[in-house]
Design a protein around this ligand. Sequence first.
Ligand code: ZN
Length: 276
Amino acid sequence: MNLSQIEAVVARALEELAGGAPTFPIPVEVSARHAHLSEAAFRKLFGQKAALIPRRVLSQPGEFLAEQRVKLAGPKGEISDVAVLGPLRPHTQIELSKTDCRHLGIEAPLRLSGDVSGAADLLVVGGHGCFEATGSAIIPKAHLHLRPQDAAAMEITDGMTVSVAVGGERPTVFKGVVARVSEDFSLALHIDTDEAGACMAAAGSLAYVVAAGSRAEPLAPPARPSRDERRLITESAAIAMVAERGQGEIFLPRAAIVTPSALDVFRAARRQVTRY
Ligand SMILES: [Zn+2]
């Protein structure tokens, strides 16, 4: 068997063991600062005859990046060349990172997109004029977009708050991530640029929902190595260990004998094995 065949076998075995995919990979998408504009704001910024021109469609159906850009101005600074997302919305909403807010000199609250309660004020500048966007600036809360079938597979319901682990060079767990479920969504974790910096997200980064409650957080090693002092680690034991440990490292007693097929399982699942 070559490595990809072994990977396929391990993936299938894991699914069977957990009664579903225990490691359901979710693409990570990073949202840079952007503005959603109301019709009134758009008219003031770009003129009565202007139309929002789509440049590129975004991953969530119906959403697009517009040709038009705006400048944002706060008490302490300005940010130019800010993306405008379409279509127009009933309310203007400007989504910024904490770093952006510090630069602009505003205190925007952490909110789920669509909730502008307590949102901060900003001045928006367009090609035609300015718009005082009062109560518009928020820091978007990290959230998951799930289709109903994804949500069912992960046993998540709309509005639930989950912890999500992002793997890679600087593995990070984000807590308080809000799950949003809709037929219209495509599967994605949306984080802002500060969060992307924290976990060093890169193209192709994947996230995994960390099962809440009794299951251990997958990225944390056990406080004390378990007393499971099995001397022989077989292929099936290895598969069970990988499933149990989620994305985490595998801890084995120094004296344990690991069969070559068990080693293949750890390799295929890309788990680091630490002896204790
Ligand atoms: Zn989103």
